[in-house]
Design a protein around this ligand. Sequence first.
Ligand code: PEP
Ligand code: MG
Length: 557
Amino acid sequence: MSQILHGIGVSPGAVAGHVVRLAPPPPEPSAGGTVENPQLEADRAIAALADVAKLLRGRGATVGGTAEQVLEAEAMMAEDPELHDRIAALVADGRSAARAVHEGLTGFAETLRSLGGYLGERVADLEDIRFRAIALLTDVPMPGVPVLTTPSILVARDLAPADTAVLDPAQVLGFVTELGGPTSHTAILAKQLGIPAVVGCPGAADLESRRQVVVDGFAGEVVVDPPETILRSVAARAAARAAATAPTGPGRTADGTPVALLVNVGTVVDALKAAAAESEGVGLFRTEVLYLSRSTAPPVQAQVQAYRAVFEAFAGRKVVVRTLDAGADKPLPFVHHGHEANPALGVRGLRVSRHQPELLKDQLAAIAEASTDCPAEVWVMAPMVSTPLEAAEFVEQARGFGLTTVGAMVEVPAAALRAERVLQSCDFVSIGTNDLAQYTMAADRMEAALADLLDTWQPALLDLVAAVAEGGRRTGRPVGVCGEAASDPLLALVLVGLGVTSLSMAATSLPPVRRALAAHTLEQCREIARAVRDADDAASARTAVRRLVDPDLLALL
Ligand code: PEP
Ligand code: MG
């Protein structure tokens, strides 16, 4: 009897395979025993943490790009002096090195968990450090991805970024985790690797090794012991994808309406990789990713170098640079937020310039210098703009540095509702559906338990997208989408039907989105969008769209 587990599809594609489970975490070190030389014991604990940091950095260097930055941030947590002091105090109090690491990191994680927000996300990183350090100290195998000899489906309670980053797409057909939300690091890295993945999937942790499953990263389903019919349909989908000639060239609908297809990048390495994909440029350059692990503000010339490298990689194409979006899920050590009870509603994004205006000034100066005589068409935009006044002030400031095409991200419902006024000063806007979903639904974007509310098919979110597109139509200005919604091929049709003029996504998502657009006219997209806005919830919106789209296209997703 087959069984279906439901989770969040974060990286599309359907695959069948057998389960391989991650090596389990080491057993909890016992609390008993005596320590003869506390100094030696404390040194052992700190040395193990240093080895973990080294391992993380080594893995980061192998893969580069955003993954390297994420692993660097995790390595820095293992080196945190406060953590080391806490562990040394525990050893002085009679704990063994392994027990002190266990208690020290568990306590740290509990504190972060109770603070909520993005800090919940860091708990997975702390757990990963704890397990690895204890494995080293107690001489048991390191937890994590086993060496795979046949292509398999990896199943875990959670997958640390350190493991996700080094997954080999040739051996890992897909993966399923019990925890993790749609915008967790793990989900973003999976999409970059192009491995079908389902996260936030209750019941996944109970799947035994060697069980056969189908992972559908598009539908967010895991079929356990799949019947022949499902296996045949997965094989047929794979064969159809391989046989279909993928459309090429600039993004456009079947009747030729242009919809620019762009990529999201976070680092120079990401940009160099993404430049090889067929796209019309970069729709979102998340500059804060470059600096996740810097303890001091990046000097202007270092910024110029990094930005110039990205512009050169996209010579002849457009690059939309987003100014630093620090705070909440993307903390930067050199940006001071003070204590915030709720960082997602705090001083983040453009708001940081209220207290640290020099960061934005330096960055605008660096972008302007890097774009002088550069081969790319450079646009710049600010994150977390809430009011037309904030937009106008940002535009004026950026123009003062000689930047010519200046816009705002629409991620806050207030900005969406007043998009026409925001667009009166801006040359363009780009909708960040990840944050817009979070603020529209009052649901923390890191909270896997609220994934149904964060679903980008929520009609309320799409009503706000429609309001922004209407502002774009009235002012004659472009309205892009650069949140994860843009990478869902069916939702892309909805967005275009609502009036969105460009879509930006992970490079691996470009072909299915290009294909979906090429199979539908603008009028069909509009009809699809109307059906979604008539729906009462995300599930019925999806069902309505599946009935309207080209059935041959569905077979290819
Ligand atoms: C968004 O919020 O949709 C977005 C693109 O920005 P980020 O995911 O970096 O917050
Ligand atoms: Mg955002």
